[in-house]
Design a binder for this molecule. Structure first.
Ligand code: NI
Length: 195
């Protein structure tokens, strides 16, 4: 499947002999980005605004902060930066500040349903764009304050980022169970640790 796609996608006049594909299985990424849209939806089904705004500690993010972070990352970081590097590798990227946005954009004061809908719509927009991509050169790179990143690095990091936040949201659920079950304990279910 992968080999067939790589061979079929090669442009006859491609100067680096098809290396632009570099075995990046875009179909797999599109499928997972789409499935993760459902995973994020599922993680928020039945969550009250109170739970969404709950932080396990003052310096930890709430579920609402996570989904707003994902919304901004989708628009202003991963998708936009891949678009920018593919369009013009030399063009500097507009700066982003995800950590400060949590506070400066008051994520935890936003409403839950619009926040989730915003992210899900942006993910749909990302999927539409990815499906329309024609022979992108995944090796195209931009060098900036964070070093050199290829379009392929950005695509891979984007999907990996999904899973980091899926893990974070699952942990927030786990912590919330512990909080609302008090005085009952969750230890019998097992500890939270890397498996
Ligand atoms: Ni993140």
């Amino acid at each position: 499947m992968l080999l067939e796609r790589v061979a079929a996608g090669r442009a006859p006049n491609n100067q680096d002999g098809g290396a632009w594909e570099k075995k990046m299985n875009l179909k797999y990424f599109i499928e997972r980005f789409s499935r993760n849209r459902e995973v994020f939806t599922g993680l928020f089904v039945g969550v009250s605004l109170e739970q969404a705004r709950w932080r396990p500690a003052p310096d930890k993010w709430s579920m609402l902060e996570v989904i707003n972070h994902l919304y901004d990352e989708e628009r202003e970081d991963f998708r936009q930066r891949i678009q920018l590097v593919l369009a013009d590798p030399t063009r500097p990227w507009p700066p982003i500040d995800p950590r400060n946005w949590v506070v400066s954009r008051a994520y935890n004061e936003s409403e839950l349903n619009p926040s989730l809908t915003n992210f899900l719509s942006e993910r749909e927009a990302s999927l539409s764009w990815l499906r329309e991509l024609s022979q992108p050169n995944w090796q195209t790179s931009n060098t900036g304050p964070n070093g050199t990143l290829t379009a392929g690095d950005l695509l891979a990091s984007w999907l990996a980022h999904d899973f980091l936040h899926i893990r974070q949201l699952a942990r927030l659920h786990w912590q919330y169970v512990g909080a609302i079950a008090d005085p009952y304990q969750t230890e019998y279910g097992g500890p939270w640790k890397e498996s």
